[in-house]
Design a protein around this ligand. Sequence first.
Ligand SMILES: Cc1cc2nc3c(=O)[nH]c(=O)nc-3n(C[C@H](O)[C@H](O)[C@H](O)COP(=O)(O)OP(=O)(O)OC[C@H]3O[C@@H](n4cnc5c(N)ncnc54)[C@H](O)[C@@H]3O)c2cc1C
Length: 432
Amino acid sequence: MWDFETDPEYQKELDWADEFVREEVEPLDLAFPHQQFVPLDGKRREAIDPLKEEVRRRGLWATHLGADLGGQGYGQLKLALLNEILGRSQWAPIIFGCQAPDTGNAEIIAHYGTEEQKRRYLRPLLEGELFSCYSMTEPHAGADPTMFTTSAVRDGDDWVINGWKFFSSNAATASFLIVMVVTNPEVSAYQGMSMFLVPTDTPGVKIERNIGLYGEGADAGSHALIHYDNVRVPAEALLGGEGQAFAIAQTRLGGGRIHHAMRTIGLSRKALDMMCERALSRETQGSRLSDKQFVQGYIADSYAQLLQFRLMVLYTAWEIDKYNDYKVVRKDIAAVKVVMPTVLHDIAWRAMQVHGALGVTNEVPFLGMVTGAAVMGLADGPTEVHKTTVAKQVLRDYRPAEGTWPSEWIPAKREAAQAKYAQFLEHEVGNL
Ligand SMILES: Cc1cc2nc3c(=O)[nH]c(=O)nc-3n(C[C@H](O)[C@H](O)[C@H](O)COP(=O)(O)OP(=O)(O)OC[C@H]3O[C@@H](n4cnc5c(N)ncnc54)[C@H](O)[C@@H]3O)c2cc1C
């Protein structure tokens, strides 16, 4: 059965979330800018806690984890519909307990963690009381994890970690780090790397710099360059089995990528809304911008691009729920990841252009969105690598042609068709 309608009961929740985010949450982006990942204290806690409580009462808190993993069990499709509302605001995912990178980190601890690891890290993470960091990329290598050199060496009951990690988001405010390291250099990286849960205050964890994105202040960076300098952790810090890092990373990134895509729908929609309002509001050379065909083209292209992307994301979310296995849906998750930066970039760019000079100022959000689109083309793996994944997966369904000519080569097909319908064709020729 094919159905594009939202269950009316859930639609009520979405309508509530939409109003709640616009009225209560979006103002936080301006009242407490860039402070989402700073642990709460004093007045900020007074402002934030009641909002989280309201979301909890509504049953919309931490909807990203399945019931078997201690979450609401809403599944990815419902989460997609919610996330596209949350995408409008930087604070909204925090208020709804489903912010990246904590969602992906919670997911892998839920999947692979021991009971003790879940008690220590997952529970407080789901409560929204602490933050986490995923520390994988290294200064000399990102897209190719087989090049990572940060290692953990066994020493009695402990492991000792040494090396450098780059762009470890939120390390400065996270309570713990999930670090991917080489534990067995003798075998292939796919079998020789492991993940560790490392409290950020462990001796030897040295944040050398917090790197900022373009446009952020020199002291506002949140992507850490970390030196792991003889960091000693007990054997219980290992997440999953030894050598399981690649499998764990795939579990994590599958969810993370599709969740970003869901929120990108919301952000792109915000740009489209602003473009349309501006087009109807501004007049030049005798008519409104909305009457100019160029601007109509911007609006039509943006609407169509967003609709295509939204359907693609919803379909992929539906597939994840159906198969309950990111690996099976890998091709479509990668395809979503490939398309995502372009959709946001194109719509934000057109909206910016329609706003004229105001469009490029820090009084509207467009350049932030454009930078965000560039980030999406890199974070969780560069677009090129995802395109390669899509192509490899697509090619699995094909075989080489037998012989020199393509299987759709018309002369051969014509000959076969004429042979198949020979009796009718002879009759037709005879009648000519
Ligand atoms: C905002 C942001 C947040 C991030 N957060 C985290 C985090 O929390 N934790 C973490 O571990 N990492 C994080 N990253 C790092 C991110 O995962 C890496 O940037 C990404 O994997 C690419 O690695 P790299 O930057 O080293 O680029 P490289 O691997 O050096 O690649 C550079 C470029 O080379 C090209 N290229 C690379 N491989 C191929 C290929 N196979 N085929 C064709 N072209 C290719 C692409 O154009 C690519 O952009 C974050 C990045 C950003 C921008």
